[in-house]
Write a protein that binds this ligand. Structure first.
Ligand code: ADP
Length: 273
């Protein structure tokens, strides 16, 4: 579905990505994890056709990406800039559906179903500026889901929601993966999350950005937020990813530990205690 071949990119003379290659199969959910500044957002921008990489190639379904691909949806980290303030929440979600042959009633149904999935059925008639940051981010997620893209790119989509909502949204993503044909690339700082939702994990290192490891997530497809995290395979993988991130993150704090990378409230396997 997606092929990234020898992708390099630099901002002025600052190398952000150095020869990244990987493939993603259709319907896979691939987590991309790595320290801040390793080029995760740059990678997504290149796949979305928003920047032209200095070298290398990106292919979607066999065709080189040379602009914004059809059938793509992106959930950006910066929710505050992704919604149209003069449109209601429902209209924001319906907006990209103009391209779908659904009719107004069909678009409205799709938007309302997606809003219900992210727990915002009640907010459909409100405006983005009347919602908290976390709610706005869930609207952006609903808009992407309603569109039913073939490729969904998500850049830290759960960064601004509370821990409980975040777990709900992780489970929503697992349902989407099971029930639809979407291929999903999820950039996350959160090592725990990268394992819990992923079929595969790309671990990136920085200076400049490269792929350190491409790990298969050898866990049952049906996941449970408590039981899956108790499985030895989960714990082993979380530790392996944690070590890779820790050992390849420049700017280590005293004691040789990495800067905080996972959300608070979750034990970090790479730390004593
Ligand atoms: P990540 O998403 O992993 O935090 P980014 O892709 O945002 O990493 O950034 C990779 C590197 O490129 C960083 O060193 C960052 O400072 C730099 N960078 C990102 N965007 C720009 C830009 N628009 N102009 C200049 N440098 C940038």
């Amino acid at each position: 579905m997606l092929e990234v071949i020898g992708l390099s990119h630099a901002y002025d003379d600052h190398a952000a990505l150095a020869g990244i290659s990987f493939d993603v199969r259709a319907r896979e959910l691939v987590s991309v994890v790595g320290p801040s500044g390793c080029g995760k957002s740059t990678l997504l921008r290149a796949i979305a056709g928003l920047i032209r990489p200095a070298a290398g190639e990106i292919r979607l379904a066999g065709r080189p990406v040379s602009g914004i691909p059809a059938g793509l949806a992106v959930v950006f980290q910066d929710y505050s800039r992704s919604l149209l303030p003069w449109m209601s929440v429902r209209d924001n979600v319906m907006f990209p559906l103009r391209r779908r042959a659904l009719g107004r009633a069909g678009r409205r149904r799709a938007a309302d179903a997606a809003l219900a999935e992210v727990g915002l059925a009640e907010a459909a008639g409100r405006f983005p500026w009347q919602l908290s940051g976390g709610m706005q981010q869930r609207v952006a997620i609903a808009r992407a889901l309603a569109y039913r893209p073939s490729l969904l790119l998500m850049d830290e989509p759960f960064g601004s929601v509370d821990a409980q909502t975040r777990e709900d949204l992780e489970d929503l993503l697992l349902r989407v993966r099971a029930d639809t044909d979407m291929t999903i690339l999820l950039v996350t700082h959160d090592i725990d999350e990268s394992v819990y939702v992923g079929d595969r994990i790309l671990v990136m290192g920085r200076a400049p950005g490269r792929v350190l490891a491409d790990l298969a997530v050898d866990l049952p497809t049906a996941r449970d937020r408590i039981e899956t995290r108790e499985l030895p395979a989960f714990i082993r993988l979380r530790s392996a990813v944690g070590r890779l991130v820790r050992d390849n993150a420049p700017g280590l704090v005293a004691g040789g530990r990495s800067a905080p990378d996972a959300r608070s409230g979750h034990p970090q396997p790479d730390r004593p205690g």
